[in-house]
Design a protein around this ligand. Structure first.
Ligand code: ATP
Length: 374
């Protein structure tokens, strides 16, 4: 953040009013989005939400029905893919089976007529940690290694932006997790903009600085992984990223920068800044809290719960011990199947199915959603 090194915009991706329709079906509604140079950006959403179509419009593989695409300062809306300063990595690695790893990576350089490729290819293979495998053929590598070759091949011509379309989709879970960290490391090292499409929320959260959660052709919310998790703005985002307990409540009053809500017979408190619903008295709000933010106290000990915590009562429906924590499902009048993940520190032996309990948590870990939205 020195003066000399301020805004580098060469790898910015800017979408302005970009949309895609197929006949009467709108796959992507007009979308404005800026991805800053050097960031790792994820487009996250369920199958059919329009994330791949968005990526393909950036790549030039799909022509937008409206709007403009900028890469850096250059408008590229009508440019064919090969004239854009981008490259794409697909789920199918599409390596050349008859060429060895070195030649696969060298391909883009050779096509441009560059003769001395050894140094550049060597550096790229080191970057993806395949220096030792240069003379192997693709079929002699594991899936994760093949995907790294695909990444090296896509980076060799120094694109300003790398687009990744479900690149880890074909890998098993363990390898996928390794590759998530690996891609993140590579991105940090090369410092170019990555735009990554995935339906896997954990993957997006692990890798990306910024995530756009897409639903039915629209971006529902844009933010850092923590932001989206801690402060979802819609029920879709709250449920798509992790598990949320949602309680139907009604605005009772305001006190300072907090909102007091009625739920069942009791009251819940919520910071106004964490409420995306209208907060006029009598308004309906869905009060949310993540399962790991909740403490569970046997009803007999309810007097020991500190004041100022949100609390609801319930009865344990079932519990499952999963080592580091125990997951409880609690039936409560205000929220059936309330989920609680409790760390197994000082676990209370009385917390068994049928036990009457009080669930309590800090107002600071509470968010409010608009109950009227679809
Ligand atoms: P997936 O993860 O399954 O690829 P996605 O979120 O990437 O899903 P898109 O591939 O962007 O979704 O597709 C968005 C919607 O547009 C889908 O409903 C899809 O059926 C539709 N669609 C995509 N391509 C075409 C096409 N060529 N003609 C008609 N409809 C299309």
């Amino acid at each position: 953040t020195t003066m000399t090194n301020k805004t580098d915009t060469t790898g910015d991706v800017r979408l302005s009013g970009i949309s895609k329709t197929y006949g009467s079906f709108t796959a992507v509604h007009p979308l404005d989005l800026t991805v800053p140079q050097g960031s790792f950006f994820a487009l996250l959403g369920a199958s059919g939400c329009g994330k791949t179509t968005t990526l393909r419009m950036i790549a030039g593989l799909e022509e937008p029905s409206s709007g403009t695409v900028f890469l850096g300062d250059q408008e590229v809306t009508r440019l064919p893919p090969y004239k854009r300063p981008v490259n794409t990595v697909f789920q199918s690695y599409a390596l050349f089976p008859h060429l060895d790893i070195f030649e696969n990576v060298a391909f883009g350089l050779r096509r441009r007529g560059i003769k001395s490729v050894k140094k550049q290819v060597g550096e790229m293979l080191d970057l993806v940690q395949l220096g030792e495998q240069a003379r192997k053929k693709p079929h002699q590598l594991s899936g994760g290694q093949q995907q790294r070759v695909a990444v090296a091949r896509a980076l060799i011509n120094h694109p300003k932006v790398l687009l990744l379309d479900e690149p880890l989709g074909a890998l098993d879970l363990k390898l996928r997790r390794q590759m998530q960290l690996e891609l993140k490391r590579i991105q940090t090292e090369v410092g170019i903009t990555f735009v990554h499409v995935t339906h896997d929320q954990e993957e997006a959260m692990t890798m990306a600085d910024t995530v756009a959660v897409m639903n039915a052709g629209r971006v529902e919310q844009l933010g850092s992984p923590t932001d989206l998790y801690e402060n979802p703005n819609t029920t879709f985002v709250a449920n798509f990223l992790g598990t949320s307990n949602l309680i139907e409540a009604e605005v009772d009053s305001k006190s300072g920068d907090e909102i007091v809500l009625k739920a069942g017979g009791g009251k819940l408190v919520l910071p106004e800044a964490r409420c995306s619903a209208p907060t006029q008295t009598g308004g309906k709000v869905l009060v949310g809290v993540r399962p790991e933010k909740i403490s569970l106290t046997h009803a007999d000990d309810a007097g020991e719960i500190p004041v100022g915590r949100n609390r609801i009562t319930g009865k344990i429906a079932n519990s499952s011990f999963i080592g580091v924590s125990t997951q409880y499902v609690v039936d409560s009048p205000v929220c059936p199947e309330f989920e609680v993940y409790a760390q197994n520190i000082d676990r209370d032996a009385r917390l068994v199915p049928g036990a009457e309990v009080v669930l309590h948590w800090s107002p600071a870990h509470t968010f409010g959603l608009d109950a009227a939205q679809d």
